[in-house]
Design a protein around this ligand. Structure first.
Ligand SMILES: [Zn+2]
Length: 645
């Protein structure tokens, strides 16, 4: 973990205008700066930077945050990586907190494997371009397929020399240990023999999001029946093939800019797409598409188009898992290439423009595609057709968005020649079951994680309730602000109570502190500083070493949350929230308690339901229920009767 003094130094140095100006041309507009947003396509600027607040915000796409968040977003880095990126820019030494022995060892091991992989990538690339064997076999293969040099260099392709051990020996000569060569799978070692895994293959390094080579795919060029055409690195500490996509590093920026991702099958498909100017393309490299890979894409866009070359059996197999994508709320389209073509051959035949036009014209949404694909074979088979209908219904039912769902229903009713009404009914049944399952899960997990809060259009799931967020916002923002006076030991000399005192005390005395980890951390750290008058809570949490907390704190104070509409509705009350804290804060606390208690009540109701055959439990729970209900009523009365605003 990066230590907090380093983070503070980085945050102090990384002045927002300076950081953003490296990527966006800013003009002065009042107290703020204005420019074209780098995160979405726009012609009129809606991207503002506030030097005073140290934050940026785009009024077009809603992205916002500090310098660190800007770099995270722009360079697609995680929080510690972004801090390091900025530290480098401002020549600040990064001090990392001491890890435990075990963590250190694990990290060392991963790092050693990364270093070995980096060496291998450079070795293979150099071999392809500079060595006779590499040029005559490897490079001529790529040239025959008319790949341009800039594309080959962009993907850092290479060639692994033929022979038993040339690579392993070269690596060992450079001081790389056999242990890590073996762990990364570059070298295969058995009791009595040892050899290079990829000998005689053209090499496609697989990069992680930060652009480091973590694994390889190697294609054999000789006709050899005894070995498979493609060979991949085995799973390792640094390479989990179900979690990474080939080309994601090279494609990530274009995916964001185009708000779309193309998914193709192989390494050369990705290269061809890029060469054709379609740079938002990735491949799942030999595995069936996994949910983790989809989530990886989902970090950059919700729109995904899967490109297939026309082999029906393969397509049907790969379609099975895709309902998951719909469930994630992702928008999936499918594109079928003409018979006999793959993206590689097709891109070369059509050229960039032709290919792009073909895509636009021919991509079909997933459910329609699936329905059409299976419809043919069910024509004379009513049973198969019924199966298809229920299959389609299942796919539609998981779509979270009502409007999208109804569009699909309309389409499928036409395609399947089934009444819309019938489809609606079936889907309704399905949805009901889902909701019921969901409700069960929800109540069981009690108060822990119920709603997610979303900052549109980016998703930021914290598992916090709106009331909890509001509570945290006031607690962090007005932490040391005096709230009023309270009678202490000496009634003539009342003690001043600060916001943090009041809010923390209120929850603790009723034992209603949230179970949510983010909430608990913030709550506890504020309590630890309750007597520290110089504690700058805002700064403290914005610069927090935990990236989730830092992002949450920034979001809470950025404009999305300021001046909640509730406080300044329709001009009737134009008081600023900081002027009425003495009325607002007790209300915030009450609302928080009210919500918590309502969830506790729900949980008890569920328990009573479930204990239908045990009178004793029912009775106990009922007593709890009645007591809580009284408290709820008390709070509801207070909330309703006392006019705070
Ligand atoms: Zn924007």
């Amino acid at each position: 973990m990066i230590d907090s003094i380093t983070i503070e130094r980085v945050m102090d140095a990384a002045e927002i205008v300076d950081v953003v100006s490296d990527f966006v041309t800013l003009r002065k507009r009042g107290v703020n700066m204005l420019g074209l947003c780098p995160f979405h396509n726009e012609k009129t600027p809606s991207f503002t930077v506030s030097p005073a607040k140290g934050i940026f915000k785009c009024f077009g796409c809603g992205k916002s945050g500090t310098s660190v968040h800007f770099i995270m977003e722009h360079e697609t880095l995680n929080y510690p990586e972004a801090i390091k990126w900025l530290a480098k820019k401002y020549h600040i030494d990064v001090v990392e907190k001491e890890d435990s022995e075990e963590q250190k060892q694990q990290k060392d091991e991963r790092e050693s494997m990364m270093i070995v992989s980096a060496f291998a990538q450079k070795f293979f690339t150099r071999y392809l371009w500079n060595e006779n064997e590499g040029r005559t076999i490897g490079l001529s293969y790529f040239r025959e397929r008319s790949f341009r040099d800039d594309i080959l260099k962009k993907f850092e392709v290479g060639f692994a020399p033929e022979g038993k051990l040339p690579f392993t020996e070269a690596a060992q000569k450079e001081g790389y240990r056999i242990e890590y060569l073996e762990k990364t799978g570059l070298t295969i070692k058995h009791d009595d023999w040892i050899r290079d895994r990829f000998a005689g293959r053209v090499m496609f390094p697989i990069h992680n999001l930060a652009g480091r080579a973590i694994a390889f795919g190697g294609r054999i060029l000789k006709e050899d029946k005894n070995t498979s055409k493609y060979l991949n690195s085995p799973e390792s500490e640094i390479y989990h093939k179900s979690k990474i996509l080939y080309g994601i590093y090279q494609a990530r920026r274009e995916i964001v800019i185009n708000n779309k991702c193309y998914l193709v099958e192989g390494y050369t498909d990705v290269l061809s797409m890029h060469q054709a100017g379609i740079e938002n393309a990735v491949a799942s490299s030999g595995t069936a598409l996994t949910i983790d890979q989809l989530r990886l894409i989902n970090r950059f866009t919700q729109n995904i188009t899967i490109i297939y070359d026309g082999d029906a059996a393969g397509i049907k197999a790969s379609l099975r898992g895709i309902d998951i994508v719909l469930e994630e709320g992702m928008n999936v389209k499918v594109l079928l290439l003409p018979d006999g073509d793959d993206p590689d051959s097709f891109a070369k035949k059509m050229g960039a423009d032709g290919f792009q036009q073909y895509i636009k014209k021919n991509e079909t949404d997933f459910i329609k595609f699936k329905t059409q694909l299976f419809l043919k074979e069910t024509e004379n088979d009513p049973l198969a057709k019924a199966q298809l209908i229920s299959d389609v219904i299942r796919s539609i039912a998981v779509i979270p968005n009502d409007i999208t769902r109804s569009v699909y229903i309309k389409e499928c009713s036409k395609l399947l020649n089934v009444d819309e009404e019938i489809l609606y009914n079936e889907i309704y049944k399905h949805k009901n079951k889902q909701t019921e399952d969901f409700r069960r899960k929800k109540t069981l997990s009690n108060i822990k994680q119920i709603t997610s809060y979303k900052i549109e259009p980016e998703k930021f799931v914290t598992g916090l309730l709106v009331e909890e967020l509001e509570f945290l916002r006031f607690l962090i923002k007005y932490c040391k602000t005096p709230l009023g006076k309270e009678e202490g030991e000496n009634p003539h000399d009342p003690e001043v109570v600060n916001v943090d005192d009041f809010m923390i005390n209120e929850l603790e005395k009723d034992d209603l502190v949230s179970d949510n980890d983010l909430f608990k951390t913030i709550f506890n750290e504020i309590r630890e500083n309750i007597d520290n008058e110089s504690f700058d809570s805002l700064k403290y949490f914005i610069q927090h070493p935990n990236g989730n907390i830092s992002k949450l704190a920034t979001d809470l104070i950025s404009e999305k949350f300021q001046e909640s509409k509730r406080w300044s509705k329709a001009g009737a009350y134009t008081e600023k929230e900081e002027d009425i804290l003495d009325r607002l804060i007790p209300k915030i606390v009450l609302e928080y308690k009210h919500r918590k208690i309502r969830f506790m009540l729900e949980a008890i109701e569920k328990k009573i339901d479930e204990a239908s055959d045990c009178e004793k439990i029912r009775e106990e729970e009922l007593i709890k229920y009645m007591n809580l209900k009284r408290v709820e009523k008390l709070i509801a009365d207070k909330l309703g009767n006392r006019t705070f605003i």
